[in-house]
Design a protein around this ligand. Structure first.
Ligand SMILES: *[C@@H]1O[C@H](CO)[C@@H](O)[C@H](O)[C@H]1NC(C)=O
Ligand SMILES: *[C@@H]1O[C@H](CO)[C@@H](O)[C@H](O)[C@H]1NC(C)=O
Ligand SMILES: *[C@@H]1O[C@H](CO)[C@@H](O)[C@H](O)[C@H]1NC(C)=O
Ligand SMILES: *[C@@H]1O[C@H](CO)[C@@H](O)[C@H](O)[C@H]1NC(C)=O
Length: 378
């Protein structure tokens, strides 16, 4: 065959199937391209946009911002969405406590990262604290110009029996998977999935390392029913982060950063991620958790456990980040001072007539509503 003809055949084959070349990596590994999205483990950054720029930002869950997380290997990012000043913003429980900006701006940074990383599949999970409608959330995705990337399930009510492979998602260009909870879905926004129709989670509110559990906790219909959860076709989602209870008297829980090197470690120490993941995989009859959600993802490093579950030994295309915090360490006492500062500001704004919306304190554990209603004065 004439070499040019051969070459052009090759080129057209490549155009039809841009990932046919074996050496191409999907989600940082050539070995993952032909795995189903639901059969691999995606590392998740809990409360991804809430960054501890300094240790005085007590409510922060991560040391690095979302694009840095993604470049380092995180493939699931979660955030809380609140309504403030008629805008949908990423706030940690209250916009007066921690405000990471507009949802659409954050989505635009993810869109830009996807543009720059064409072989990666990313998942976004939104805690819809103030009950945005599918149309309201969808408008944010449209503003961010990210909807072209959004993958759509065949059904918005029934999880797929098997999810597409990463290669299929990448080749179709639909490589952003979006969940929100709670959410009333709409066929006008067919990429916005209601989390608990597709996923079940273990307990997230853990304050002592011995208490990490593999048992289903949410949705409530599956709580404690492992075999039902496993046979429901939903994806197993493993929360693995630890809260400090130093402020338990105020019903405030905040991320335990002092123990995170153990919490996220691949082995060794009570409550380490590696042992927890292995234990859960065995409990799930060999099914590895599809998602593992951690605070301070760079510690551990948490990726070691995820790579091990995925049998990945040859990760490529990751930017290494320090396993040390990016912020300087200061005492918990100064952090606590800042929480009180946040509470004082919140209480003052409530007193001055503003009515801060009281979103469910999902994933942050505490109950500020009862604090404010409980007559504590500052
Ligand atoms: C939206 O993103 C697509 C690529 O996903 C790009 O081709 C298009 O120019 C973008 N539109 C705007 C208005 O930026
Ligand atoms: C740990 O779990 C046990 C058994 O479920 C429970 O009794 C105990 O209260 C938990 N401890 C904490 C600190 O949550
Ligand atoms: C973090 O957890 C460890 C292990 O349970 C505990 O010893 C430590 O006091 C906790 N730190 C904070 C700030 O809660
Ligand atoms: C990794 O290997 C184990 C053991 O062979 C297997 O059960 C699991 O499905 C593999 N996971 C992936 C993502 O390849």
């Amino acid at each position: 065959m004439h070499v040019w003809k051969y070459l052009s055949l090759l080129l057209s084959a490549a155009a039809a199937n841009p990932l046919s070349v074996r050496s191409t990596a999907c989600n940082n590994s050539p070995d993952l391209c032909d795995k189903s999205y639901g059969a691999i483990t995606h590392l998740g950054a809990h409360d991804s946009p809430f960054v501890r720029t300094s240790d005085s930002v007590l409510a922060g869950n991560q040391y690095f911002d979302t694009p840095t997380q993604l470049s380092a290997g995180v493939r699931l990012v979660t955030a809380q969405v609140h309504k403030d000043n008629n805008q949908w913003r990423l706030c940690h429980s209250y916009c007066t406590l921690m405000d990471a900006g507009r949802l659409s701006d954050w989505l635009a940074t993810i869109k830009s990262w996807l543009d720059d990383h064409p072989n990666e599949v990313v998942t976004v999970l939104l805690v819809n604290s103030d009950g945005a409608s599918a149309a309201e959330l969808g408008a944010e995705f449209t503003t961010a110009n990210i909807t072209n990337y959004a993958w759509q399930p065949e059904s918005l009510t029934t999880p797929p029996a098997s999810w597409p492979t990463l290669r299929t998602m990448i080749n179709s260009g639909k490589r952003l998977v979006v969940f929100a909870t709670p959410l009333t879905t709409s066929t006008s926004y067919p990429y916005l999935m209601s989390e608990f129709d597709f996923i079940w989670e273990n307990n997230y509110d853990v304050t002592t390392p011995a208490n990490f559990s593999c048992e289903p906790n949410r949705p409530s219909s599956l709580a404690g029913s492992l075999s039902t959860a496993l046979s429901s076709n939903r994806l197993p989602f493993m929360n693995h982060f630890l809260y400090s209870t130093d402020l338990a008297a105020l019903q405030i829980e905040y991320p335990n950063a002092s123990y995170v090197s153990t919490t996220n470690a691949p082995s060794g120490g009570n409550g380490n991620l590696g042992t927890a993941a292995t234990t859960c995989k065995a409990a799930y009859l060999g099914r590895q958790p599809t998602f593992i959600l951690v605070d301070f993802f760079n510690k551990g490093p948490a990726l070691d456990t995820v790579d091990s579950l995925n049998n990945v030994t040859n990760a490529v295309g990751r930017t290494t980040v320090s396993s040390s915090p990016s912020s300087t360490s200061s005492s918990d006492a100064s952090m606590i001072g800042n929480v009180f500062k946040g509470l004082v500001e919140l209480a003052n704004s409530a007193k001055s007539g503003a009515s801060p919306s009281v979103g469910a304190w999902i994933w942050a554990g505490g109950n500020w509503n009862s604090v404010l209603g409980g007559g504590i004065s500052f």
